[in-house]
Design a protein around this ligand. Structure first.
Ligand SMILES: Nc1ncnc2c1ncn2[C@@H]1O[C@H](COP(=O)(O)OP(=O)(O)O)[C@@H](O)[C@H]1O
Ligand SMILES: [Mg+2]
Length: 247
């Protein structure tokens, strides 16, 4: 049975894509079929007059299944601003229903693990009454929280943790990501967070290291995913064709 993972973070720029691509590579190496998705992205470049977002391209490249770009990134906005504002500026009213109508097709693609990267933090609005969390709730995705290790992250982590718990979603665990070099005493902060966050601690990602070199993927899958997925026999990167302009 497929599992839908949702990777959220304590903020934008804390390492959601870094962790997501690492996790996709590690799961692929462990023999799972994987598919990384970025349903909404703001901040994009043009190639042959088509907009591409770098996160979506990176997720696609890290997956075992290569998809046409439009199935990896359903809404892409050129401006690197809040998605509902970027959408409004080009006359689109984002809603959970609208996103579902496109994301459904990707989620239905047979695969062991769909990994969906959020946009910004947990409660990013997609219009005046819905947030990304409502989309996660609709699909009952399994949430992974990336805590960006910097001053202020205790507050951000606790607020995000509480908001996710309120939705009663399956919570896989959290990762301490050292996404920048700073003076924080990371191990002390991790000890405090372990006390407050009553969910599994997946691991600490030191600055500049690769996910697959640091996180024990067999332990992760056996503790978090084992009973929800089955191992595939083969993985092909070209099952559904590739539309990556930079390949
Ligand atoms: N553990 C890490 N070590 C080194 N650089 C990192 C690490 N995590 C994130 N980064 C870098 O920090 C920046 C922001 O990370 P990114 O994954 O794009 O964040 P998000 O997806 O949450 O916006 C990127 O340049 C990324 O390469
Ligand atoms: Mg990202």
């Amino acid at each position: 049975m497929a599992i839908n993972l949702f990777v959220t973070g304590t903020d934008t720029g804390v390492g959601k894509t870094y962790i997501s691509t690492g996790l996709l590579r590690a799961l692929t190496q462990a023999g799972y079929t994987t598919l990384g998705v970025k349903p909404i992205a703001s901040g994009a470049f043009r190639h042959n007059n088509i907009l591409y977002n770098q996160d979506a391209l990176d997720l696609n490249r890290a997956s075992s299944i290569a998809l046409d770009y439009s199935l990896t990134n359903h809404f892409v906005f050129e401006e690197p601003i809040a998605p509902h504002l970027a959408a409004k500026n080009i006359g689109i009213s984002l809603s959970v229903d609208l996103i579902k109508s496109r994301l459904d097709k990707t989620i239905k693609i047979p695969c062991d693990i769909h990994l969906v990267e959020g946009i910004g933090g947990w409660s990013v609005p997609i219009n005046d009454h819905e947030t990304m969390a409502d989309l996660v709730l609709y699909y009952k995705m399994h949430v992974i929280l990336v805590v960006g290790m910097r001053l202020g992250c205790l507050n951000h982590a606790l607020l995000t943790y509480q908001a996710i718990q309120q939705k009663n979603l399956p919570f896989i665990g959290w990762i301490a990501n050292c996404f920048e070099q700073n003076d924080l005493n990371v191990d002390d902060v991790i000890t405090s967070l372990k006390h407050w966050l009553k969910i599994p601690f997946i691991g600490k990602m030191p600055f500049g290291e690769k996910f697959e070199d640091v996180i024990d993927i067999d332990k992760f899958t056996s503790q978090s995913l084992y009973h929800r997925t089955k191992k595939p026999v083969v993985c092909h990167r070209d099952i559904l064709g590739v539309n990556d302009p930079t390949d």
